[in-house]
Design a protein around this ligand. Structure first.
Ligand SMILES: NC(=O)C1=CN([C@@H]2O[C@H](COP(=O)(O)OP(=O)(O)OC[C@H]3O[C@@H](n4cnc5c(N)ncnc54)[C@H](O)[C@@H]3O)[C@@H](O)[C@H]2O)C=CC1
Ligand SMILES: CCCCC/C=C\C=C\C(=O)C/C=C\C/C=C\CCCC(=O)O
Length: 268
């Protein structure tokens, strides 16, 4: 039987705005039992929580103020969800920041370290070989993981690291043992605040280094629907591209082949 959101307990980091918020709404619309969304932005989190409680009832959605770079806050947030709902089925790691290299430490801490900490925490809770019920972890990467633009080298590297970490962890922790799928989605430009952030220096804002082929950003709805489609069908260790309002494309073989070529060269 194929995967559905029905009765699932879901946790989304960076869920107060943008693609994370779109996912929170969609999981609830698809009948998830409960969606907890973590974010540093208290104002946006509280506003979204009000909207969702009016629409879906008080018990179905909860905003938890949490900075994903703080391991204690993150651990507390997972514990709150587990204590209340006794299980966790899906974790989407969407929290991220973008900027030029002057924001390098923050980008590494939020985009990479936050995703790693949350993924390992989620795996330890959900893994079937340690008392969990299995589940899915979706790590949000970017097309920038494959090809950076000027002034986005650190951001792009964090997204490359998210992709590599997720795939290596999926190899290390066999799905047949854990029953937890670890999946990476690489999004193309999507119409959210992140894409329009002004904490980029002038050359990035002017678009230097971005090719003339760069097209209109896709709709948030396309990224959200693509991610849901991926959760419905993806295998653990797979990589997907969701860009240009197209349906999700499985690029697992391309990613594996590119690393196979490199590892063959470096085999001693
Ligand atoms: N918008 C785009 O063009 C693309 C976005 N992505 C990725 O999609 C994901 C979602 O991005 P968007 O929705 O576009 O961005 P967004 O800026 O709209 O949403 C990101 C959310 O993360 C939260 N956040 C930031 N730092 C945090 C922290 N330390 N702890 C907890 N929450 C924190 C923000 O407050 C915000 O609500 C990110 O991982 C991003 O890298 C990937 C490719 C393209
Ligand atoms: C012109 C300003 C660019 C600012 C971009 C800011 C954030 C981007 C975040 C992303 O993750 C974007 C995702 C993918 C971009 C992919 C390709 C861009 C085009 C690259 C090129 O063709 O040179």
């Amino acid at each position: 039987m194929s995967w559905t959101a029905d009765e699932k307990v879901v946790l989304v980091t960076g869920g107060a705005a943008g693609i994370g918020a779109g996912l929170v709404r969609e999981f609830l619309a698809k009948n998830a039992r409960h969606v907890a969304f973590l974010d540093v932005s208290e104002k946006e989190g509280a506003t979204l929580e009000r909207e969702l409680r009016n629409k879906f009832g008080a018990l179905r959605a909860k905003f938890i103020k949490c900075d994903v770079t703080d391991e204690i806050q993150l651990g507390d947030a997972f514990r709150q969800v587990l204590d209340k709902h006794r299980k966790l089925d899906v974790v989407v790691n969407s929290a991220a920041v973008v900027g030029d290299n002057s924001l390098c430490k923050t980008m590494i801490d939020v985009n990479f370290c936050g995703t790693v900490t949350s993924t390992l925490k989620a795996l330890s809770i959900m893994r079937a070989d340690a008392g969990g019920c299995g589940g899915a972890i979706i790590n949000v990467s970017s097309l920038q993981a494959f090809k950076s633009s000027t002034c986005l080298s650190v951001y792009s590297a964090t997204k490359g690291a998210v992709l590599q970490f997720s795939n290596f962890l999926a190899d290390e922790e066999s799905y047949s043992t854990t029953k937890v799928r670890i999946i990476t989605v690489c999004l193309g430009p999507t119409d959210t605040a992140l894409l329009h952030k002004r904490n980029l220096n002038n050359s990035a804002k002017d678009g230097h280094g971005v090719s003339s082929r760069a097209s209109e950003p896709q709709r948030v709805e396309s990224a959200v629907n693509g991610i849901i489609e991926v959760i419905q069908q993806a295998e653990s260790g797979s990589t997907w591209i969701i860009a240009n309002n197209n349906i999700a494309r499985d690029v697992t073989m391309n990613v594996r082949e590119s690393f196979r070529i490199l590892s063959d060269i470096t085999d001693v």
